[in-house]
Design a protein around this ligand. Structure first.
Ligand code: SAH
Length: 487
């Protein structure tokens, strides 16, 4: 029953504070702006009410109505997170919201955020203060240029000679530059304007005060004026996949590892959950449970995916049931899933495909022997057929099924339109291919597949495959994409 005024930071979801994430994770209601990052909204419980007050037919909701909404939801005994870009009290009108809550007697808490005034220049490699260049910085809004009575004292700012950070200044940049030059600031004063700072779409325009009026610039941008703007300690825009847009298609639960690795390299990741992983129907689930309880009766248990490991181990419950059964994994990803459960695979073929698994598998002894294969409902018959040919009795049980995911949600409100056009799409299994194609979404120019089987499915679906990973793992896929792009 508290209203939390939470600073969401400038865009990079990693810049939300720990406190912000904590209150979001148990919010009943999230009231957010247009600039809010969607992945932050995902931190709220799925059932939380999400109210976008930034983008509505007929323009944004006015401040009065937002204040009323917060008071109303807060008085109803709900935990409300008011998510605001950057810091809530830096040109965020958070102060007015706090006033309204205070007057209404609704308990509130302020969770400060990382302001774009400091973080956006930092991501462009510009420290707002720097020994020998600037001993202070002023954060000023350019928005009030058209309200002379509340406009900044540009003369005084010009005289200070230190760093001036202008927020909401794109529209009035020419007038701002003129005022500062009239106040005595030199026309050759360095200026950097950073658009979509801290996001994969970040771009930096470097100019001078005299050139600012003519610079091609779109909001939202943070404009840094002063000697520090000549510094270019680049790191963010220098990352290997910076500026590359990659579509990641896999089950929502699984996308994070690939997405996180791509993001660390600077890529803009568009997650399209093409498949969902579900339980088998009840009769099959019962069969899985029965087999899992008697897993120790088998000579081998063979896993061909991390999903199978997760589902089967949930059914096994107590790992001691394995007894002396040996374990095979098709590749390192599956072996890792086992290792995470303190199970060490006895056999992992060199190449992570079913054919190699069969080849590496021992021939059954004279007595024969039993193999359990928990796997997806739809799968190739290479493993069971191959193992039977080697003299094994093979029990196949359905551990999970992949179903097409619901079509993706509408593009997040804050996503710049450029994000719609991706450069690369990654496929990590045949089902992601068929289901993505089934969604009818556009296919980016570079198609990258984790292995030959996925690639074949893509070709069967009429796609041209540009990249097939040599090592059939997430790392292998990323390495192959980087090679292809020459990054
Ligand atoms: N409370 C926010 C500022 C709100 S005013 C904060 O502390 O950051 C909105 C202005 O902030 C935008 O017009 C732009 O000037 C700046 N801004 C916000 N996010 C930005 C981003 N990702 N990149 C560049 N500028 C940004």
């Amino acid at each position: 029953m508290t209203v939390y005024l939470v600073g969401a930071g400038p865009g990079d979801p990693g810049l939300l504070t720990v406190r912000g994430a904590e209150v979001l994770s148990r919010a009943d209601v999230v009231v957010h702006d247009r600039l809010s990052e969607v992945s932050l909204l995902d931190l709220a419980p799925p059932e939380a009410e999400r109210i976008d007050v930034g983008k509505r037919p007929g323009g944004p909701v006015d401040q009065e109505s937002i204040n009323r909404l917060l008071v109303e939801k807060g008085s109803a005994g709900l935990d409300v997170v008011r998510l605001k870009g950057g810091d809530p009290f830096v040109f965020g009108r958070g102060g007015e919201e706090a006033q309204a809550l205070l007057e209404a007697g609704v308990p509130f808490e302020v969770v400060p955020g990382i302001t774009s005034a400091v973080a956006v220049p930092a991501y462009a490699g510009i420290p707002v203060t720097h020994r020998g260049l600037a001993t202070s910085f002023t954060v000023v809004t350019g928005h009030s240029r058209h309200e002379p009575e509340s406009d900044a004292d540009w003369d005084a700012l010009a005289r200070s000679g230190d760093t001036i950070v202008v927020l909401m200044g794109v529209a009035h940049r020419a007038a701002i530059a003129e005022s500062l030059m009239a106040g005595g600031l030199a026309g050759d004063t360095p200026v950097a304007a950073v658009r979509w700072g801290t996001r994969p779409e970040q771009s930096t325009v470097r100019t001078t005060l005299a050139g600012l009026g003519q610079a091609v610039l779109e909001p939202p941008a943070t404009i840094v004026i002063g000697q520090v703007a000549s510094l270019d300690l680049r790191w963010f825009e220098a990352r290997p996949l910076f500026g590359v847009r990659v579509v990641v298609t896999r089950a929502r639960e699984q996308a994070s590892e690939l997405s996180a690795a791509l993001r660390d390299l600077g890529a803009a990741v568009v997650e399209v959950p093409a498949i969902a992983i579900t339980d088998p129907p009840p009769d099959r689930l019962k069969l899985l449970a029965d087999k899992a309880q008697r897993v120790g009766d088998y000579d081998w248990v063979v896993f061909t995916s991390a999903n199978a490991v997760a589902r089967f181990m949930a059914a096994v419950g107590d790992a001691r049931r394995f007894g002396s059964a040996r374990i095979a994994a098709v590749g390192p990803g599956t072996a890792e899933a086992l290792a995470a459960r303190s199970l060490v695979a006895d056999l992992v073929p060199e190449r992570s495909v079913a054919e190699s698994l069969v080849e590496a598998f021992p021939v059954a002894g004279a007595e024969g022997g039993r193999v359990l294969l928990p796997r997806a409902a739809v799968a190739r018959e290479v493993v069971p057929d191959g193992l039977r040919a080697k003299g094994w009795e093979v029990d196949v049980v359905e551990a999970y099924r992949t179903v097409p995911a619901a079509p993706p949600r509408a593009a997040p409100p804050a996503t710049p339109p450029e994000a719609a056009a991706a450069d690369v799409i990654t496929f990590t299994s045949s089902s992601t291919v068929t289901n993505y194609v089934g969604l009818g979404l556009p296919v980016p120019p570079v198609v990258a597949c984790i292995g030959p089987v996925t690639a074949q499915t893509a070709r069967d679906c009429g796609l041209t495959v540009d990249v097939v990973a040599e090592e059939h793992t997430i790392e292998g896929l990323i390495a192959a994409v980087r090679r292809r792009l020459g990054r």
